[in-house]
Unconditional design. Structure first.
Lengths: 105, 511
């Protein structure tokens, strides 16, 4: 197995950049509120991977701490977001964000 | 890889924490108040009275005492560089507590709550939580604290925006606020992770020293700045991160609209100033960028776009809340002008403008609520003839709108004057910015004056006389806000001195 390149910082960063791109793509193109929130989770996890990778290669614990807090806050956000989406579904019978648009002038 | 700390180290950590707690009293007090309100709601369930709102008001009033005590404490960092106590933070602590109080007062006046919800339940507790979050935003000295406190404010704001659960407009506003908020805070955190990669630090001062010692890749830095600006720009509601603002401001309960447009915006500005003044190094070789773009030019773009977009689109609005939403986008542009100047006078004028915006915007929304209580509508058409039916409300709204335009003798005039003179004091570089600001203010005159035009010069379609008196307390409050707007417009020295005193960050003065 000696011909394989060892995993380095750049591999982590590439994966994180891909995740970020997918997340942003989902947020921009999807109409379903739940899928948009999934895209947001992807973006947050991309940031998590960044923090952990940087933390691993510079020896500090700041990044690990940061990613722990991001995980917790992402969970809280998902709870509030789903509550709001359920309420929206009760009222509008749909979670399509393009159809929930009653206030345009 | 990481060693466990020894006993002596743990002792010193505990001692440092205990020392820091002494400087954290207002936040602890507010957290206790938050829990107390939830308990009171549980105990006094079902009883229709003002117990919750009065407790909130008194509690918030008590906070000012603890904040006042902090004036005599030395400025500096607490909790291992996570948190900071300085004059700048103190200014915003007063600001947020007072706006929380005003939000409670105008909630008590709003009759829409009686129609839409059965009990006020956790509403007041959430307002307190938002005050805590915003105070922490203004005092955070670390990217981690910035993120956590910003999310605390955002989460409570989502819930408060959708507080009228059965109302489609309120729920839709909550969904829009949530989607844009979640995305922009995700972008901001990704930007933070890039900055962490560049510097291996999360503390703002350490980031600055690390960046200025070792330099940085300008392209990566501008990318990180852009991502972080997405987060801050969303909080202040500036173009191009403004898409949520009109719908959220229109759909949310009106007190929450006023609260978001003043306090949450001010919290965003506090973060913006602290982050860009402290974390990003100014001057020196590292400051130069290959493509000639740095954060100041980004802010100039955002500011110009906000001023033009906000003022021009407001011209077509028929709903007063929506009109005020676009005007608040424009005001974010004016406030950014003070930050672009980047000196002590600029900071002072931004803080002063925030104070004036606080009075006039809360005042305007208060009158809108009182009028909506009587007419049940926020449409411009339904304001016809109100000047005769509600003389005091008409006069007060006119004063607040004149102040929002920036005409003398009101507080808004002094605010705009200070911002533009800060720009001009910087030399010929920013004259064109000041010109755009003045031109767009002239545009804003048209749509603001549509409201008094409807109130005074057009006749109401229905002629029958109804009792339109909003009540004694409401009248006194409205008159007090109107009086303050004019009084401080004439005698602005104390406010301006306070803003100057507050422009010190981390115990340092800018330049």
């Amino acid at each position: 197995m000696e011909h394989l390149i060892p995993i380095g910082l750049n591999h982590y960063l590439t994966i994180s950049a891909f995740l970020f791109g997918f997340g942003l793509f989902a947020v921009m193109t999807r109409k379903n509120a739940i899928v948009i929130l999934m895209g947001v989770e992807l973006i947050l996890n991309a940031a998590n991977i960044n923090f952990l990778a940087f933390s691993k290669y510079n020896g500090g614990m700041g990044g690990v701490m940061f990613s722990l807090f991001i995980i917790v806050i992402a969970a809280a956000e998902a709870a509030i977001a789903l509550a709001i989406v359920i309420n929206i579904f009760k009222i509008f019978k749909s979670v399509d964000v393009s159809s929930i648009d009653t206030m345009k002038e | 890889m990481f060693e466990l700390p020894s006993g002596a180290e743990i002792q010193s950590i505990i001692a440092s924490l205990r020392m820091s707690v002494g400087f954290f009293i207002p936040e602890i007090y507010l957290s206790v108040l938050f829990m107390l309100l939830i308990v009171i709601d549980l105990v006094a369930k079902g009883r229709k009275n003002n117990l919750l709102s009065i407790t909130t008001l008194l509690g918030l009033g008590g906070t000012t005492f603890f904040i006042y005590q902090q004036h005599f404490m030395p400025a500096g960092e607490l909790f291992f560089g996570m948190y900071v106590l300085d004059e700048f933070a103190l200014f915003f602590k007063y600001f947020f507590v007072l706006s929380g109080m005003l939000a409670v007062i105008i909630t008590m006046a709003d009759r829409q709550f009686d129609r839409e919800v059965k009990s006020m339940g956790e509403y007041y507790a959430l307002i307190i939580a938002m005050v805590i979050g915003m105070i922490m935003m203004a005092s955070s000295a670390d990217m981690l604290m910035i993120f956590i406190s910003m999310e605390l404010v955002s989460f409570t704001a989502y819930i408060l925006t959708g507080y009228f659960k059965r109302n489609p407009r309120s729920s839709e506003a909550a969904l829009k606020y949530l989607v844009y908020g979640a995305v922009s805070s995700g972008l901001m955190v990704y930007g933070f992770s890039l900055i962490y990669g560049l510097t291996a630090q999360t503390n703002l001062i350490n980031i600055c020293s690390e960046l200025s010692q070792h330099g940085y890749d300008p392209l990566l830095m501008i990318l990180a700045t852009l991502l972080i600006l997405a987060g801050f720009g969303y909080k202040i509601g500036a173009v191009p991160f403004h898409f949520w603002a009109p719908d959220v401001y229109e759909g949310a309960p009106t007190p929450i609209t006023a609260y978001l447009s003043v306090a949450s915006k001010a919290a965003g500005f506090a973060l913006l100033m602290r982050f860009f003044y402290i974390a990003i190094p100014h001057g020196g070789p590292a400051y130069e960028d290959i493509i000639g773009i740095n954060w100041v030019s980004l802010l100039v773009l955002i500011s110009v776009a906000s001023m033009i977009y906000g003022n021009v689109v407001a011209l077509w609005q028929k709903n007063v809340k929506r009109l005020l939403a676009y005007s608040s986008i424009a005001h974010a542009g004016y406030l950014l002008l003070g930050i672009i100047v980047m000196d002590a006078f600029g900071t002072q004028s931004t803080l002063f403008y925030l104070l004036s915006y606080f009075l006039m915007n809360f005042g305007a929304f208060y009158v809108v609520i009182l009028i909506a209580n009587k007419t049940g509508s926020e449409n411009l058409e339904d304001y016809r003839g109100l000047g005769k039916k509600m003389p005091l409300a008409g006069a007060a709204l006119t004063v607040f709108l004149i102040s929002l335009v920036g005409l003398p003798p009101t507080l808004g005039f002094i605010g705009k004057l200070m911002i533009f003179s800060a720009l001009l004091a910087k030399g010929s570089l920013y004259i064109w910015l000041a010109l755009i600001g003045i031109m767009t203010s002239v545009i804003s005159l048209y749509y603001y004056m549509l409201i008094p035009l409807n109130m005074y010069l057009r006749e109401s379609p229905e002629s029958e006389e109804k009792n339109m008196n909003p009540g004694l307390i409401a009248n006194i409050l409205m008159a007090a806000l109107m009086f303050l707007t004019i009084y401080f417009g004439l005698f602005f020295q104390p406010l301006s001195d306070f803003a100057k005193y507050s422009s010190a960050m981390f115990g340092l003065r800018l330049y």
